[in-house]
Design a protein around this ligand. Structure first.
Ligand SMILES: [Mg+2]
Length: 254
């Protein structure tokens, strides 16, 4: 309740790549060593040679953005899910395939990002403003290796966790946006209907279109993208401070 009037929205569902973080960040020469150490820690019974073979197989068969020169946070929806890929890699390496092992390896492959990039300008302030406006914040993100637990660690290290209520990733929901599963899972977590949600994101096809189809409010932001030629979003904001103003106006109008 704000001023004795029920507020129009309960929850903001917020994308990450190109919204709160940059769309991509530099690949590092040490990433290979980092992955070897993390997979080795996840599979303590494996020797160094076997860990190397497994990591090489995982990297070669995933071939998503983070194996090229830049890490991309916009994952193409045509690639196999990380779990399927990891299970196939384990089988090829003659290793046992079970769900806890697959999950441990997926988390090991999700390299921490806090030391290589910063939140986009205004991101921490936007999260604080959403709470000040009386809304919950749920991260709603397409990811490949990362699940909610991996993301929480990133958010803590980046100083962004304090104003986040929950995290839902495509790994946790089982489908990549634009499939509605991520938003549907977020609504279950928030226990609120679509008309009381606002989606904030940088991709018309992944964020705005599925949100509109569910009957949610929408704000398209482009702090790390060119200005969009057009959008069906309820509001369009060039940066995250403008997004906070748009969100406040949305609450005032309702
Ligand atoms: Mg995005």
């Amino acid at each position: 309740m704000i001023g004795g009037v029920p507020k129009a929205l309960d929850v903001a569902l917020i994308d990450v790549g190109g919204t709160l973080w940059p769309n991509s960040w530099p690949f590092r020469e040490t990433d290979g060593v980092g992955r070897h150490q993390r997979v080795s820690a996840a599979m303590p019974m494996l020797g160094a040679v076997k860990v190397d073979a497994l990591v090489a197989d995982l990297v070669a068969s995933s071939r998503i953005g983070d194996e090229a020169r830049a890490l991309s946070t916009e994952t193409p929806s045509t690639i196999a899910a990380a779990e399927v890929l990891i299970a196939a890699s384990l089988a090829r390496q003659g290793l046992p395939v079970d769900a806890p092992t697959v999950a441990r390896i997926r988390r090991a492959m999700a390299l921490p990002v806090a030391d290589r990039m910063k939140p986009l300008p205004g991101a921490i302030e936007l999260l604080a403003e959403i709470h000040a406006l009386g809304l919950q914040t749920i991260i709603a993100s397409n990811t490949y290796w990362r699940d909610a637990e991996s993301y929480w660690e990133d958010f803590r290290l980046l100083g962004m966790a304090a104003n986040v209520d929950a995290i839902v990733t495509s790994v946790d929901a089982g489908h990549l946006k634009p499939h509605p599963a991520v938003f549907e899972m977020a609504m279950r977590v928030a226990e609120t209907p679509p008309e009381r949600c606002v989606v904030i994101g940088n991709r018309e096809e992944n964020d705005i279109e599925p949100a509109l189809a569910l009957g949610m409010r929408t704000i398209l932001v482009y702090p790390d993208d060119p200005k969009p030629a057009s959008s069906r979003a309820h509001a369009v904001a060039p940066d995250l401070w403008a997004c906070a103003i748009s969100l406040k106006a949305m609450l005032d109008q309702a």
